[in-house]
Design a protein around this ligand. Structure first.
Ligand code: HPA
Length: 263
């Protein structure tokens, strides 16, 4: 599977500034989860703006830099700040971290996000392992993908084992991709619940599809940062998302470390 030319150029630039040609694991950090970067040892921080052909992330709570270093002796590349379609990036651009992970031959990719809880059993602060995706409604042009859904179920089962082994409680469920940028209406959330969505968010689905297409082994986790619209009678705001992420950051970090080690 060939990668776009600019990915090769980005890799060349990054190896020139000192990154190795092969990296053990990559992590995409969701809204408010950027502090995971603090756990990376001997970090080399490269702002997205310093990398030729790299788009810049504009969302609050996404700092927009690449962090390379080690965790428990394994080399890790973290994307702190991602590219959302709602920011105006094409889907082809939103999957750049996955393509770059492929270029660096990672053995595993861990994708995280902040999501709204649709499932009435979910509480703010729950971690939901994604075992299925609903994305047809909003993906206008998506990378061609085939049987990646099956792989995702297998990967979710493995993530569950690892989490349980660490004594971390998790939910398991379906992530429904919404285009954004605005949060959903109450009626939309009701409809999404009927469709089988457990959590809703504006990322991850294109990235998982690309990982499936490129054969990159991937796991995906949502942090439920708020009840989706209409689940509780409260207005949604981005501060709530950041606050929930902040409270859960240590548990999230130990799960991601466990995945870097054992997934
Ligand atoms: N909806 C969509 N995306 C989100 C939400 C939500 O409620 N919370 C965090 N990301």
């Amino acid at each position: 599977m060939s990668l776009p030319e600019h990915i090769t150029e980005i890799k060349e630039h990054l190896t020139e500034v000192g990154l190795p040609a092969k990296i053990d694991a990559a992590v995409i950090l969701g809204s408010g989860l950027g502090s995971f970067g603090d756990h990376i040892e001997d970090p080399v921080v490269i702002p997205y703006g310093d990398i030729p052909s790299f788009p810049v992330s504009t969302v609050e709570g996404h700092s927009g830099s690449l962090i390379f270093g080690t965790i428990e002796g394994r080399t890790v590349l973290a994307f702190s700040g991602r590219f959302h379609h709602y920011e105006g990036h094409t889907f082809a651009k939103t999957v750049l971290p996955v393509q770059l992970s492929k270029a660096f031959e990672v053995d595993k990719l861990i994708i995280s996000n902040a999501a709204g809880g649709i499932n009435l059993r979910f509480k703010v602060g729950d971690l939901m392992i994604i075992d299925s995706i609903i994305k047809q409604f909003f993906m206008i042009s998506e990378p061609a993908d085939h049987n990646w859904r099956y792989d995702l179920e297998q990967s979710a089962a493995r993530v569950k084992e690892i989490a349980t082994g660490l004594g971390i409680d998790t939910q398991m469920g379906t992530y429904l991709f919404a285009k954004g940028p605005s949060y959903e209406s109450k009626a939309e959330i009701r409809a999404f619940r009927y469709m089988g969505g457990d959590a809703v968010g504006m990322s991850t689905a294109p990235e998982l599809a690309e990982a499936g297409k490129l054969g990159v082994k991937a796991a995906a986790i949502s942090l439920i940062t708020n009840a989706a619209a209409g689940v509780v009678n409260q207005k949604l705001d981005h501060d709530e998302v950041k606050e929930a992420a902040d409270q859960k950051k240590e548990v999230f970090a130990s799960l991601v470390k466990g995945l870097i080690r054992d997934f």
